[in-house]
Design a protein around this ligand. Structure first.
Ligand code: ZN
Length: 248
């Protein structure tokens, strides 16, 4: 069975006719991501903030192996009930890929336990994303670096727990650096944060960026066996000598 992916997008900037996102992504920035993933053979659906239950009712969550999350201006409008459910699915094994300004989403902060704060600047500057872990599955097929001619700058310090694996580090024209591709495990689930994707730039039309996202979907796909109950084990699997002696 192919991996079932849900691409979640806040989808607000794109509906504002005065915003460049409305021209770059007329049907939402989730569209080019979903198209790319479908072309890669994944079973893809999309969900957006303003749908009932933010497009994430229980049946959709249960049928999602990997979720992609983009949000920016309306993090606070995501209900705590949805955040609880998405977190629970990650702990059960669902993969989660958090993009760009999703660093401030409720779900990312919940899973990290830190503030997610970072430096930023909008100055149409060049970003060079260095692959620092070339053997990692998320870097599959890439060269030494990816160049984006215009992006928003995100700079350190980025307030996150030290990643389990760091795949990308970005350099910006203005001098800052940033840990831009970070992996963590939470419960049975895998979490990947990927930095690029400011809504005023065509970043999600870039084939290398899309390749990172599909690589990350493969990496985050759950492979674990079904969960066993975690309970008080009253009967031991093997005899316990002290217990037998007490019974004599
Ligand atoms: Zn941005």
């Amino acid at each position: 069975m192919s991996t079932r992916v849900t691409v979640w997008n806040e989808f607000r900037h794109e509906k504002n006719a005065d915003h460049p996102a409305s021209t770059l992504y007329p049907n939402g920035l989730h569209e080019p991501i979903a198209k790319h993933l479908s072309a890669q053979g994944f079973e893809v659906r999309t969900a957006t903030l303003d749908e009932p239950e933010h497009g994430l009712p229980d049946d959709v969550l249960a049928a999602t192996d990997v979720m992609i999350w983009w949000g920016h201006m309306a993090h606070q409008e995501v209900s705590d009930a949805t955040v609880d459910k998405v977190q629970a699915r990650v702990l059960e094994g669902m993969g989660l890929i958090v993009l760009h300004s999703g660093h401030f989403s409720k779900i990312f902060k919940r899973l990290m336990g830190t503030s997610g704060v970072l430096k930023w600047r909008e100055a149409d500057e060049r970003e060079r994303i260095w692959v620092v872990e070339p053997g990692h599955p998320i870097a599959e097929g890439l060269g030494e670096s990816i160049v984006l001619e215009k992006e928003e700058m995100y700079g350190e310090r980025f307030d996150i727990p030290a990643p389990d694996e760091l795949v990308f580090v970005s350099w910006f024209e203005g001098g800052e650096i940033f840990r831009s591709g970070c992996c963590w495990k939470r419960g049975r689930g895998r979490v990947f944060y990927f930095r690029p994707g400011h809504e005023s730039f065509p970043t999600y039309h870039n084939p290398e960026i899309l390749q990172v996202i599909s690589n990350a979907v493969r990496w985050a796909t759950p492979h674990q066996q079904a969960a066993t109950p975690i309970v008080n084990v009253k009967e031991s699997l093997e005899p316990i000598r002290a217990k037998e002696a007490a019974a004599d």
